[in-house]
Design a protein. Structure first.
Length: 183
């Protein structure tokens, strides 16, 4: 029968496996599932920061509308305290946005032969799970603190929010250290 090689499952499997390895990928490996999970979890944590940034930006806009009215002859210059507060909200939104971008760009162990030669990839990825859990919890806490809050309430929590952002940065630095030093 012509073309019977196309129906030989053993030969097809060997060809497919060789191609996958040649491409540097085998989707049946545990490491690939862990890598995909890590990327998914970090994107979800980053989306929590995106929601937090949107809440702060919305609160800043409302704050500016309420406390920084257009200039009049009687009051040509805005209140310096209100301007500083609005700028603090703007800085907070920018800091959250920068952290969101940084979180999305966090590296994962490379899927190459050199990484596999010098470091076990699966244990490294499993060590990253602890950091991912912490990141998600920290990002959710920041999001829940600012969600639906007015600018004045966010300003009262500004030191706590900045401490939370620094805690997220520290977790990200520790995560990178695991990648550099191995599990």
């Amino acid at each position: 029968m012509a073309g019977e090689g196309f129906y030989d499952a053993g030969a097809l499997r060997q060809v497919a496996t060789n191609l996958f390895y040649g491409w540097g990928y085998n989707f049946y490996r545990k490491e690939n599932q862990l890598r995909a999970d890590d990327q998914l979890i970090r994107s979800k944590a980053a989306s929590l920061l995106g929601y937090a940034m949107a809440s702060v930006s919305e609160a800043e806009s409302a704050y500016r509308r309420e406390f920084l009215p257009p200039p009049t002859r009687a009051k040509p210059f805005p209140d310096a305290g209100a301007v500083e507060s609005a700028q603090n909200l703007e800085k907070l939104a920018r800091a959250i946005g920068a952290l969101e971008a940084s979180l999305q760009q966090q590296p994962v162990p490379a899927n190459d032969r050199m990484t596999q030669r010098y470091r076990e990839e699966a244990p490294t990825l499993e060590a990253l799970i602890d950091f991912d859990h912490r990141l998600v919890g920290q990002c959710e806490l920041v999001r829940s603190m600012v969600n639906g809050q007015e600018g004045t309430a966010i300003l009262k929590m500004l030191s706590d929010l900045n401490a939370g952002l620094e805690a997220i940065r520290e977790t990200m630095r520790n995560r990178e250290a695991v990648l550099l030093n191995g599990a």
